[in-house]
Design a protein around this ligand. Sequence first.
Ligand code: NAD
Length: 370
Amino acid sequence: MATRKLLLLPGDGIGPESMAEVRKLIDMMNADFGAGFETEEGLVGGIAYDTHGQSISDADMDKAMAADAVLFGAVGGPKWDGVPYEVRPEAGLLRLRKEMELFANLRPAICYPALAASSSLKKEVVEGLDILILRELTGGVYFGEPKEIIDLGNGQKRGIDTQVYDTFEIERIAGVAFELARTRSNKVCSMEKRNVMKSGVLWNEVVTATHKAKYSDVELTHMLADAGGMQLVRWPKQFDVIVTDNLFGDMLSDVAAMLTGSLGMLPSASLGAPDPKTGSRKALYEPVHGSAPDIAGQGIANPIAMIASFAMCLRYSFNMVEEADRLDQAIAAVLDDGLRTRDLMSEGMKEVGTVEIGDAIVAKYKALAA
Ligand code: NAD
């Protein structure tokens, strides 16, 4: 059995509490199912600053580069609001994304049946929803140059950001979209604004050409990103994989996130290019939520986003599809049983803490595997 190397970076606030529940799953999968996970731990964010004066040390960065996958908790909090900009907690996450070249950000929006009634949309619109938003993460308007504010000398200033994409950047994210679609319902919808943006015209052309060259078995549609936003709240179940750029992806993935209820439920994955020799990708898995300083240390954080991020790690880094499905089913079953952390509480449900819901998911996983 091959060793599977995981780096755990719990971070700040509720990061360590949530990660502790994933650690239980890892220990159980090693002990009961011979999963062969080998874990190392590192510091990131405020705690890394307190310890090393950096938001992530070079030594921990090396561990991240050597790992098969990184599990990341959350960083930040009021304690570090005044630290220098270059070493602020978020800089650790940005360094990981940059040095690991994580260009593909996957944000699934899954509506667990037990939570369909708590969405802001009608139950029938979201019940059974399972879509994946794929956002290009390292290019586009957030990074394009020039990026500046210039003084026009007449009492006016000009703010400039540059939306820029090269062919290879669009090709590689499109490739990830088509490959992911093949493991799901085999449909990709590409979103851009080709009606008003040159980068949108190129995006559309390159996605179309990539599809034709290598992925014509996948159903491809195109939609203008603004119309896509509308369709996401009108009838989200029409989509399977949505692929889009950094800016539109930032917004559309937040819209999709809210279809499913609490921030405490949302996992994500960021993937790099496949290694030409081994085919494996650098990867980092993290919940969408932050460090939630308002509830940290109280034992009430919802660990499901972190646990579901680990399920994505099983699926995408280790091809442990059966185990990933089982973990997702365990989460759904625990919710079906009426267990809820405080953020999900509604009438008639049973409120439990972080550790209790984590224990229940571990027990359910074992029961499902029996
Ligand atoms: P947040 O996501 O930490 O919290 C927003 C609200 O949601 C809070 O009321 C919080 O209690 C609640 N919440 C979040 N996750 C929850 C969970 N798992 N269970 C129960 N409730 C949960 O966002 P924020 O308050 O804007 O930011 C807090 C800190 O986190 C800031 O320092 C911010 O910079 C940082 N942050 C970090 C990341 C990251 O590490 N990737 C992302 C976003 C924010």
